[in-house]
Design a protein around this ligand. Structure first.
Ligand SMILES: CCCCCCCCCCCCCCCCCCCCCC(=O)SCCNC(=O)CCNC(=O)[C@H](O)C(C)(C)COP(=O)(O)OP(=O)(O)OC[C@H]1O[C@@H](n2cnc3c(N)ncnc32)[C@H](O)[C@@H]1OP(=O)(O)O
Ligand SMILES: Cc1cc2nc3c(=O)[nH]c(=O)nc-3n(C[C@H](O)[C@H](O)[C@H](O)COP(=O)(O)OP(=O)(O)OC[C@H]3O[C@@H](n4cnc5c(N)ncnc54)[C@H](O)[C@@H]3O)c2cc1C
Length: 664
């Protein structure tokens, strides 16, 4: 803090809860808090991890800088003997997308999830020591969402006991894989398996791409970067790549064979593992993306909240200070639901991590019963949380007025880095439609004696939910979690049932599904919002220590669900889950909750425990010392290196001269 002055000190004094305890709730446990606090400071205090001027670097320099940071990070991880958890926190706080994300986040999980024990024994030690670097090469120029439509082929040659990997068309070129363009030595490549002239669907193959001696591509391989992406800095630190194969041969044992095996004589043997396990890595990453959503959203909200307390506009009386913009009700009604959503996503992410761990343990014991639930929850929540977060970051930029548009606010780069999360790892609409299929299947099975389970269990009470009438009579009734849950359950169930009824009128269900897909997506949103609301409410049923901490979380939970109720009033009214009067009472209660958040707002974002280094934002500085730092930063722009700009003599002077002579 400059000169030790904390311009937000008065705001911090207003807090009605124990911020330190809230930090622990946010981190998930004492243990995680300690690690995250220690590692974030370690990164912040190391000049090698400085983020300055990232948005101004030309691509080549930016990329080389990322390589330097990644290799230095790896050195620190080894020198300090960091655990996997600590290493993962280090990657998070270094805050720069890099090939290492795909190596650790997708290449290794793909081998772990789809490789046999023998394959894991062979490849994982090399990958863990980074003696090979891998990527996840699935998407092609012509096909991304439709995995079954991929064109790359892997044809078994029984003569040599090899697969021949080939890109038969331009559109079959691998296109997008991160880390592929310039770094990876290996990839898990997804291709159509062909043996004896027969097709056997999409499978993963470990393919070496570059020589380990000099990093040159192996024969038959064309490889490169796909070019600049959205924004400055941002995701351009990543070498998303293009890759073509011209009859590249790999040994048979490099097909990942947990799901199906190809024998020496070219027979395909299915194990008792479902074929969907080929998609397992995507399920894993979708789960991590839900956790990441709370991080990205909380970061934007932290910047916008602190700046809203610093920024003043209008309302000065007798020469006194103007009003802090955070005191405007409109500012609160845009900002506080995002603050509440950040907390809501944190808790649903925690729960999803638990669900995924549970599913993984079951899969290891060959119990596949919970796989559809894991797919539905990861797909649906990935879509919901990334869409809200991407829109939320942009809303935070607007909440910061003009200064939010400056790169030094940190928001443009955050948005540019974050927004592809709505597309990668499954386009959000495509994933919502996956959940829609599962919802429609669940509704069609009601009454068959098969009880819905997990997050669909509420559908088991369909008779009751179809008859439900909300009995809210006064605004405070909306603080009762049981009432709220039932209203959200009834809305989701009724929207699904309504879609199912419409679907049943089509002779061809696939045609009906396509025709109704926009309505189906709305039903899925209602279902996913119900999951988030219910997990927030469950969290509040736990023992949460610390003065006022639980109370604050109750307020945030209320803001979260009442804001949704207000925003989606149309759904609640159209399905007769609430009356117009009850919807209006919900909005009254929401305003009351906003005023309860107000004194705690700064402390609630302090609880994220983000360092100024991580936030990378002058507007979001912990000490609120915004104006002098903005002023100082402007002078560091390369345009200000000279008083008279380059190009003056060539372009400006002749222009001015010409105007002068025209006047004369
Ligand atoms: C410094 C050192 C530090 C070290 C420290 C360590 C650091 C650690 C670092 C950690 C960093 C981590 C962060 C990573 C970074 C991420 C970056 C972003 C990367 C982005 C990567 C990508 O972007 S990568 C490509 C993703 N590309 C898709 O995402 C395609 C979507 N497209 C589909 O996914 C399929 O195309 C689609 C639509 C399902 C249709 O698939 P389809 O045609 O085969 O199937 P159908 O629809 O017919 O479904 C048939 C039946 O399968 C069921 N089902 C479907 N999917 C299922 C599933 N997944 N699981 C179970 N069941 C599933 C379904 O429910 C049906 O079930 P039923 O038969 O019972 O009805
Ligand atoms: C930054 C970034 C990193 C990536 N990293 C990797 C990586 O490491 N490895 C990898 O393999 N891939 C990677 N990808 C690719 C990514 O997974 C795909 O782009 C993603 O799955 C979306 O597929 P698509 O591009 O084919 O979109 P498309 O499917 O072409 O989507 C275009 C539009 O069509 C709509 N649409 C498509 N199908 C349907 C349907 N059935 N019904 C209704 N609407 C539909 C979509 O909603 C969207 O609006 C990355 C992508 C990005 C942007």
């Amino acid at each position: 803090m400059e000169g030790g002055v904390d311009y937000l000190a008065d705001e911090r004094k207003k807090a009605e809860f124990d911020v330190q305890q809230m930090k622990i709730v946010w981190a998930g446990s004492h243990h995680t808090f300690e690690i995250s606090d220690r590692i974030s400071k370690l990164v912040a205090n190391d000049p090698a991890f400085s983020k300055d001027e990232r948005t101004m670097l030309p691509r080549k320099e930016l990329f080389k800088n990322t390589l330097r940071k990644a290799s230095y990070a790896w050195k620190r991880i080894n020198d300090l003997h960091l655990s996997e958890e600590e290493a993962s926190q280090l990657r998070f706080y270094v805050d720069e997308p890099a090939f290492t994300d795909l190596h650790w986040g997708m290449f290794i999980p793909a081998i772990k999830g789809q490789g046999t024990d023998e394959q894991q024994k062979k490849w994982l030690p090399l990958a863990y020591k980074m003696q090979i670097i891998g990527c996840y090469a699935q998407t092609e120029l012509g096909h991304g969402s439709n995995v079954q439509g991929l064109e790359t082929t892997a044809t078994f040659d029984p003569q040599t006991d090899e697969f021949v990997i080939h890109s038969p068309t331009l559109t079959s070129s691998k296109w997008w894989p991160g880390g592929l363009g310039k770094v990876s030595t290996h990839g898990v490549v997804y291709a159509r398996l062909i043996t004896d002239g027969q097709e056997h669907g999409i499978h993963g193959f470990i393919v070496q791409l570059r020589r380990l001696e000099d990093h040159r591509p192996l024969p038959g391989i064309i490889i490169g970067d796909i070019g600049m992406k959205f924004g400055n800095g941002a995701y351009n630190t990543m070498d998303n790549g293009v890759l073509r194969f011209d009859h590249v041969r790999i040994p048979r044992d490099q097909m990942l064979m947990r799901v199906s095996q190809v024998t020496r004589d070219g027979k395909v043997v299915q194990s008792d593992v479902p074929r969907q396990l080929v998609y397992g890595t995507m399920v894993y990453v979708r789960q991590t993306i839900v956790q990441d959503a709370s991080c990205a959203l909380s970061r934007a909200v932290c910047i916008a909240t602190r700046y809203s307390a610093v920024r003043r506009q209008f309302g000065s009386h007798n020469g006194g200070p103007e009003t802090q913009v955070i005191d405007y009700k409109t500012q609160q009604s845009r900002l506080f639901p995002l603050l509440a959503s950040a907390y809501a996503f944190r808790f649903v992410g925690e729960w999803l991590k638990w669900l995924y761990t549970d599913v993984t343990q079951r899969l290891q014991a060959n119990d596949f019963s919970t796989l559809p639930e894991a797919h539905a929850c990861t797909a649906g929540l990935k879509s919901l949380t990334t869409s809200v977060t991407a829109d939320g970051i942009e809303e935070c930029r607007k909440l910061c007025g003009g200064h939010g548009y400056l790169c030094t606010s940190g928001l443009p780069e955050l948005f540019a880095v974050y927004v592809p999360a709505c597309t990668y790892e499954g386009d959000n609409i495509v994933l919502m439609l996956q959940v829609a299929r599962i919802l429609m299947k669940t509704v069609s099975q009601l009454g068959s004696g098969k009880l819905p389970v997990g997050t669909m269990a509420y559908m088991g009470r369909i008779e009751h939910l179809l008859q439900y009438r909300c009995n809210v009579q006064k605004a405070e009734d909306w603080l009762n979690p049981a009432i709220v849950l039932e209203a959200f359950e009834a809305r989701a169930a009724r929207m699904s049932v309504s879609c199912a009824k419409k679907l049943s009128k089509f002779a061809n269900p696939e045609e009906g599904f396509a025709e109704l897909s926009a309505d189906l997506v709305e039903a899925v949103v209602a279902h996913c919002q119900l999951i988030v609301v219910s997990k927030f409410i469950e969290k509040l049923q736990q023992d949460i220590p610390g003065k006022g901490v639980k109370q604050q979380l109750k307020v945030l939970c209320g803001v979260y669900y009442l804001f949704l109720l207000h925003k989606h009033q149309g759904d609640f009214l159209a399905t007769s889950c609430v009356t117009p009067k009850q919807a209006s009472l919900a909005n009254d209660q929401l305003r009351v909750l906003y005023s309860q958040v107000r004194p705690n707002a700064i402390a609630l974002v302090d609880a994220f425990n983000y360092t100024d280094h991580f936030l990378g934002s002058i507007l979001g500085r912990y000490d609120g010392n915004v104006y002098p730092k903005l002023y100082e930063a402007a002078w560091k722009d390369p345009l200000n290196d000279s008083v008279v700009p380059d190009g003056y003599h060539q372009y400006i002077r002749p222009l001015l001269k010409q105007q002068r002579s025209a006047k004369l």
